[in-house]
Structures are given as structure tokens and as C-alpha cells.
Write a protein that binds this ligand. Sequence first.
Ligand SMILES: Cc1cc2nc3c(=O)[nH]c(=O)nc-3n(C[C@H](O)[C@H](O)[C@H](O)COP(=O)(O)OP(=O)(O)OC[C@H]3O[C@@H](n4cnc5c(N)ncnc54)[C@H](O)[C@@H]3O)c2cc1C
Length: 415
Amino acid sequence: MPQNWAQNYTYAAPRIVTANSVDDVRAALAEPGPVHALGTRHSFTDVPDTPGTLIDVTGLEGPAVIDAEAGTARVTAGTRYAVVAEQLHHSGFALHNMGSLPHINVGGATQTATHGSGDARGVLSTAVRSLRYVDASGELREVSRGDADFPALVVGVGAFGVIVDLDLEIEPDYLVRQDVYHGLTWDALLANVDAVTGAGDSVSLFSRWDEAPGPLWVKRRVAGAEVAAADAILDAVRSPENVSPLGMGDNITELGTAGPWYLRLPHFRADSEPSRGDEIQSEYFVDRAHAAAALAAVREIADGFREHLIVTEVRTAAADELWLSPAYQRDSVIIHFTWENRDAEVRAALVDIEAALAPFDARPHWGKLHLFDRERLEAVVPRLADARAVYERIDPEGRFVNAHLVVRVGLRTPR
Ligand SMILES: Cc1cc2nc3c(=O)[nH]c(=O)nc-3n(C[C@H](O)[C@H](O)[C@H](O)COP(=O)(O)OP(=O)(O)OC[C@H]3O[C@@H](n4cnc5c(N)ncnc54)[C@H](O)[C@@H]3O)c2cc1C
């Protein structure tokens, strides 16, 4: 039976079809019954599943069409970031940010507000200027920045149609240097969270919530290959050894030297298997104003879950205006957990973590495992009901309705 990338979920859909073209998507939608788009399968739950037909969009790939004057690249939805990014670099352009993994396809990543890190960098979906999707009736539709439905559809968790391509904002090519810092103490971190997350263009803290918070992975845009990195960030000292931070394996992008943005912003190299698989991931967005208190609250309960945790990563994202983005109107600190693939133990840990983060109105990542239900989500996602109304209007028969969207998170209405 087909599984997701992490092998912690087996799709129940009785039928999977591969779409290599817009016509293939329309042909799949011409058949009656429930449908849902399936991307590179990097989400961790039943979010893409359907009792009908899964439309695998990873065949919708190909070179991007760059419009230098407009500052955009038109990218087919199934194309992986690694492919788009390399092409953009060789054409003299760049994206504003990348996630930890370049293997993820653009359509699915932007539908779930996948993000990298950076106080001033929005989630990857904020680069979308317009998108085209096939709706439940098989019509090809377009929505652009400024259109009323745009903020509901860019992050839409596959709830309204199958995206076939997107125009992403691009900028001139740039260099990034990344360095690892060891020795940060909890006292220094919690008293100066902004100084830590602002120490580079993209900062990640890797932690097991031990006596010390753990290493910092700092990525900075640099003007040239010779630009030196700071030797210290608070009480953390730059590692001269350029070894992988805690728990990341050897397949990481190069440390200690400047290089093209697309070979430095992701943590993992595109030419090898990322991370480790056989894992579960969870992640929560909290207003950055509460970063220190939220980190302290999780630290307080960490003895209860550490044995199931592989590693935590703490990142940031700038506020945006996309209704379902967990960074909607909130500069955010993002607390991530990579877990051993132990479903019951992880769910028990999430009960405690979600309770610890509840006072901060934490919002979960749509593609990762969380325990939020419709009611709790409506309390923390202010435009959830508005987004649902858009999806119900676009897909009145409910062809894109599935158990996750209805029963779990309330993005669609029960039939
Ligand atoms: C090793 C690893 C590292 C990761 N790193 C990060 C990270 O750095 N930052 C981060 O934020 N997340 C990260 N993630 C999570 C991942 O980015 C999200 O779960 C994302 O949704 C995966 O997209 P996908 O298309 O592969 O997933 P899928 O499970 O295939 O799809 C996810 C959702 O998108 C919808 N969808 C997919 N394609 C389309 C389309 N063309 N049209 C409409 N809807 C579509 C699906 O219906 C579903 O609802 C990581 C995941 C893994 C496994």
C-alpha cells in the first residue's frame, strides 16, 4: 500500500492516478466522486487522503518560465524546489527563502505554508503572486494577488482544487554563508531571543531541551566569498570544525564557506536522501513576542517527552496576510519536533506540549502531526471560517472534502 515519505501513514484511497499535464488533472476530475491532490508525500498525516481518487501531481513538473521584467517565475506545481532553485540560480535569480528540504514540491509546500527561517522572511507561500488550479467541475481558474479569494487559496491545504502552476516572486541571485555555533546557555537565550533569531538572515536552534539549548545554525546573505562570520553570538562560539549540528547526519549543505543561496538555505543536500525517514514531525507557531515564555514552557515539560524526541528545531517567520498561514498577522517563533516513529508516545507528548503552548495561542503546521480539533483551531486561526466559506463556494458538492479537513480541522463542512 502506498505510504507517505515518513512511512508513518498509509493512504486509504482506493485509487491513485498520476497527472502529467493539466489535461490529465481534468480527466481525473471528469470521473465522478471525491478527489484530492497528492504531492511529494512529505506531510505526516491523512491530510491529503480521500475515499475516492488521489491525483498525484508530481508529474506536473518542468522548467520554470522566468519573466525577469515582472520579477516572477512560473513553476508547475509538482516541481521540486531543488529543480526550480537550480534553474533560477543559473539564470541569475533567487527565491527569498527555502525550507530545510529541497526535495518538496512547490504546490504542496505552499498549500501547507511550508517555511524556512528568518525574522524578516515570510513562509514560502508568501512568494506566490498568482496560481492556476483546476476546480471540482474541471475548469481551469486563476487567482492573483489583489483578488478577493487569493488570501484563502495560496495556503489552502488542498481543500478546493488541484493547483497546476504558480507564479513565484524572484529576486537577483545572492550568496549565503552558514556557520554553526556551540555553547549557548538557556539564560542567554531566554533573555535575548531576538538577538539570537536576528543573528543571521535565517537562524535555526537545534535542541534536545537539555542543560544547554543546543547548537545554532546561522545562515547569512554575504556580499562576497571572503566575508567572515561573527566569532560569537552571545555566549555561543562559532565552530571551526564545520561539523553537522546535532542529529542531522552527513547529508547537509556546506558549512563555513559562502555559496549560492540554493546550496546553503536548505539544510539537506538535494542529491541525497534527506533527514532519516521513519519519523514523525510536529510544529507550532507562536507570536514572537512570547518566544522566551513559550520556549521556557516547553523546556519545563521536556523530561516527559525527551526519550521519544530526535531533535527540536526553533525557527522564525515574518507575519503575512494569508488567511491559513500559521504566521497570519503574527511575527512568529516556530517550535518543531522530529520524533521517533512511535505514534502513541508522540500523541501523548503532544497533549502536554499543546497544553504548555495553549496560553500563547499556538497554531499548528498543517502538514505535520498535531491534536488540534475544529474548535481549538477556530480559536487560534482567525480567518478559518472565512477560508471555509470560500472553499464551500468553489466546491459546493464537496469533492475535495476528506475526513481530515472536515472531522479534524474544520476547513470543510460535513456532507
Ligand atoms: C524531511 C522533511 C523535512 C521537512 N521540512 C520542512 C521545513 O523545513 N519547513 C516546513 O514548513 N515543513 C517541512 N516539512 C513538511 C512539508 O513541507 C509539508 O508537510 C508539505 O505539505 C509537504 O508537501 P507535499 O506536497 O510533499 O505533501 P503531501 O502530503 O503530498 O500534500 C500536503 C497537502 O498539500 C496538498 N497538495 C499537494 N499538492 C497540491 C496541489 N498541486 N494542489 C492542491 N493541493 C496540493 C495535499 O492535498 C495535502 O493537503 C518537511 C517534511 C519532511 C518529510
